[in-house]
Design a binder for this molecule. Structure first.
Ligand SMILES: NC(=O)c1ccc[n+]([C@@H]2O[C@H](COP(=O)([O-])OP(=O)(O)OC[C@H]3O[C@@H](n4cnc5c(N)ncnc54)[C@H](OP(=O)(O)O)[C@@H]3O)[C@@H](O)[C@H]2O)c1
Length: 334
């Protein structure tokens, strides 16, 4: 792969820092690197490959001469800078939700619809973290018989809400152990010793926007506009790695043996087969790219149904790793 010139927009956040670590781990050749942030972190120094880089404030002039801008900030910031990035000629691979439903912007999970990345016109969107992990876990079955519907519950780690989410769990745990009452700022209720069945903003019919992403983004990634998903998103006091319970219904019946075989071969998956413990936990899957799958079983409510449990590191495969794999896919021509 050629050496690339790139910037990370939001380099000091949870996803941005993970990107930096993975660029080193994946040994991506880098000719030039710009670390961009908001006002909070400007002037900070971050080591990359042993060299100190000073974080610069992002502005409209930050992108000239680059090959790629990796977006790791919130949607309004991506929307603000997208025109300047486009004008600079750099390709914007964005982790925010800003462009995920834009029909002109490919929404890509390389293991599933990598070739969509080639039809970009300056922006490629990285899907929602739970959506990436779930689709990686079911895509092998989808190849056997198209998935029509899914019933999903997510158990999402606090780092899904960024560095402030991680900090809030740490602070609340410390407060709780000292007998103090926590005062949540990031989450809508205390997260230490608790679970919160609400993530995101109200969307429609009682669902949140986070819950609707699984259906809306899933339709685009699988090229299946009629896919229906009933999703409940739950925040849990886990630092990192999301867990997801899925029941899916296919067009035709799929045997468990065929499903196992397909998931064993599916890229990006690790199917657990040890009869004494066949379920992954967030700790098993933290800091790695594979989505682990277990508890594969028949759905007793429907002949075409299969249930499974999966876990995946949402900072890696759900965000930073997926974006860098898109970059590698484009650079390597596949
Ligand atoms: N966390 C996850 O698991 C996850 C997974 C998938 C997708 N995402 C998406 O990835 C994006 C980043 O999430 P995160 O969790 O990494 O958030 P985060 O930890 O809160 O980091 C946000 C980053 O944005 C920067 N920023 C703030 N204002 C800015 C500005 N005006 N110009 C440029 N940069 C600015 C921050 O810089 P300062 O240090 O200066 O504040 C920081 O580097 C979000 O869109 C999120 O939805 C996150």
């Amino acid at each position: 792969m050629r050496a690339v010139k790139l910037a990370i927009l939001g380099a000091t956040g949870a996803v941005g820092r993970e990107m930096l670590r993975l660029i080193e781990e994946y040994q991506i050749p880098v000719e030039e690197l710009r670390l961009l942030s908001g006002r909070n972190s400007v002037g900070k120094t971050i080591l990359f490959r042993g060299i100190p880089y000073t974080v610069q404030i992002a502005d409209e002039e930050s992108f000239s001469g680059l090959d790629y801008v990796l977006g790791a900030s919130d949607a309004p910031i991506s929307r603000r800078f997208a025109p300047a990035i486009k004008k600079s000629g750099a390709l914007f691979i964005d982790n925010s939700s800003a462009f995920r439903m834009d029909p002109e912007v490919p929404l890509v999970v390389p293991e599933i619809n990598g070739s969509d990345a080639f039809s970009h016109s300056g922006i490629i969107a990285n899907p929602n973290c739970s959506t990436i992990i779930t689709l990686i876990a079911v895509s092998g079955i989808d190849l056997l018989s198209p998935i029509r519907s899914m019933m999903v519950s997510t158990y999402q780690a606090v780092s899904g809400a960024g560095i402030r989410g991680q900090q809030e769990l740490e602070d609340e745990l410390a407060a709780y152990l000292q007998g103090q009452v926590p005062h949540p700022e990031v989450f809508p209720a205390p997260i230490a010793m608790n679970v919160i069945p609400w993530i995101g903003a109200e969307d429609s019919d009682g669902y949140t926007d986070e819950e609707m992403k699984m259906q809306n983004e899933g339709r685009r990634i699988l090229h299946r506009p009629e896919l229906t998903v009933n999703c409940t998103c739950v925040r849990v006091p886990v630092m990192r790695s999301h867990s997801i319970s899925v029941t899916l219904w296919t067009e035709h019946p799929v045997s468990l043996a065929d499903a196992r075989d397909a998931l064993n071969k599916a890229p990006g998956c690790h199917l657990m087969t040890d009869a004494s413990c066949d379920y992954p936990t967030p700790l098993d899957t933290s800091d790695q790219d594979l989505v682990w799958i277990g508890r594969l079983r028949e759905d007793h409510t429907h002949p075409n149904g299969i249930s499974l449990w999966c876990c995946g590191d949402q900072l890696r495969k759900g965000a930073a790793a997926n974006a860098l794999q898109i970059l590698q896919y484009l650079e390597n021509g596949k």
